[in-house]
Ligand binder design. Structure first.
Ligand code: FA5
Length: 357
């Protein structure tokens, strides 16, 4: 065992304190503590050597050794505090709140273009006294076809490519389908209320369709229905003309041509004069008008006077009541209004497309 002397205690303490002042992490401080003050640390070993000294020397050197131990311990405490404070200061500086930085904007959503145009269409008709109702997207054959004067086996069923649902009721009589149009709501509404009726029905429809630039397999329609005593074809024309002007501008002209739908008689399709080329059919230059394909007219909906069979089917007296109905495609209207060249953009979930509206 080494005999401790004043010199080697002073040398040891001096070296330890010099080493301590150069340390800059809590881990290195811990290693330093173990090296000098730990159970087998240098100073601890020296203290153990005191036992071999005579009594006088032990008292003197022992006092010196204790002083050295205290100065090492308080040096360690001070250095620990310094390192902790420096770390705190560093963290405070690094995490400092810079109030001049611009704020982070939350991701902002917007209405889908179909929702926007459906709302615009509903607002136009609401202003003319129509109220909005909605109905089921999964529908009975009964409402989608039968009540609309399209019995089983009728060739007019071919006009609507149908997605059938594999379900029949207990009697096995009621085939179900994804509604091919919003017209079934005509019968549902008339069954549930007495005239006067004035409703519009926005909603989704589904068809077993090979998609192309103007056909989707699911799309929206807005149905309209007005039934009362004395409603004439003039009311249909006036209402739809006013709608076209509200949506496409005051100067729009409209055109009605005969068309066939089993649930109206007479049936028509309605076109507006092209707002892009101002109806300048055949006079367009530079390759023609891509909106109306140079015809000067754009077809926007099917319509007609409600068929007497549809009225009597819901219990209305067709000698007393008459009405008109119409059905339009909002996506097609949005395509015309905003110059969109392919209906498939609407539901492809491409934000670059959707953000434009
Ligand atoms: C009908 O669906 C009739 N129910 C409309 C009607 C109602 C006529 C009331 C008379 C009285 P049609 O199949 O033509 O008719 O569709 C109406 C509109 O829905 C079309 O003008 C078009 O704008 C839109 N449409 C039809 N099929 C598609 C499709 N595959 N993709 C996108 N839009 C479509």
């Amino acid at each position: 065992m080494v005999q401790p002397t004043q010199q080697n205690i002073e040398d040891l303490a001096g070296a330890a304190l010099a080493e301590l002042s150069a340390l800059d992490s809590l881990e290195s401080l811990e290693q330093w503590r173990i090296a000098y003050l730990g159970r087998r640390g240098s100073l601890t070993v020296v203290l153990r050597g005191l036992a071999g000294l005579d009594i006088e020397e032990r008292r003197r050197i022992g006092a010196l050794a204790n002083q050295a131990k205290q100065s090492l311990e308080s040096g360690l405490e001070a250095r620990t505090r310094e390192i902790n404070e420096a770390a705190l200061l560093r963290a405070a500086q690094e995490d400092r709140l810079d109030v001049t930085l611009p704020g982070r904007y939350p991701a902002e959503g917007r209405l889908h273009p179909t929702t926007q145009i459906v709302r615009e269409i509903c607002a136009a008709f609401a202003g003319m006294g129509f109220s909005v109702v909605e109905g089921p997207e999964v529908e009975w054959d009964h409402y989608n076809f039968e009540m609309l004067n399209i019995p089983k086996g009728h060739p007019a069923r071919d006009m609507w490519n149908t997605l059938w649902v594999d379900y029949t009721n207990e009697a096995g009589e009621q085939p179900m389908l994804l509604r091919t149009h919003t017209s079934p709501m005509q019968a549902r509404v008339m069954e549930s209320r007495r005239p006067p009726v004035r409703v519009i029905v926005p909603g989704k429809c589904y068809r077993y369709e090979a998609t192309d630039a103007t056909h989707e397999w699911h799309f929206y329609q807005v149905e309209g229905l007005a039934v009362d005593e004395g409603i004439t074809f003039a009311n249909l024309k006036g209402t739809l003309y006013e709608f076209a002007r509200r949506l496409f501008g005051e100067e729009r002209r409209v055109r009605f041509r005969c068309d066939y739908f089993p649930f109206v008689e007479p049936g028509v399709d309605m076109s507006i004069d092209c707002f892009a080329c101002q109806g300048a059919s055949g006079q367009a230059q530079d390759g023609g008008c891509r909106i109306c394909r140079d015809s000067g007219w754009i077809e926007i909906m099917g319509a007609g006077m409600v068929h007497p069979r549809v009225l009597s089917g819901v219990g209305y007296d067709p000698d007393k009541y008459t009405g008109f109905a119409f059905g339009l495609g909002p996506e097609r209207i949005a395509m015309l209004k905003y110059g969109i060249d392919d209906i498939r953009h609407f539901y492809a979930n491409d934000l670059r497309f959707l953000r434009q509206f």
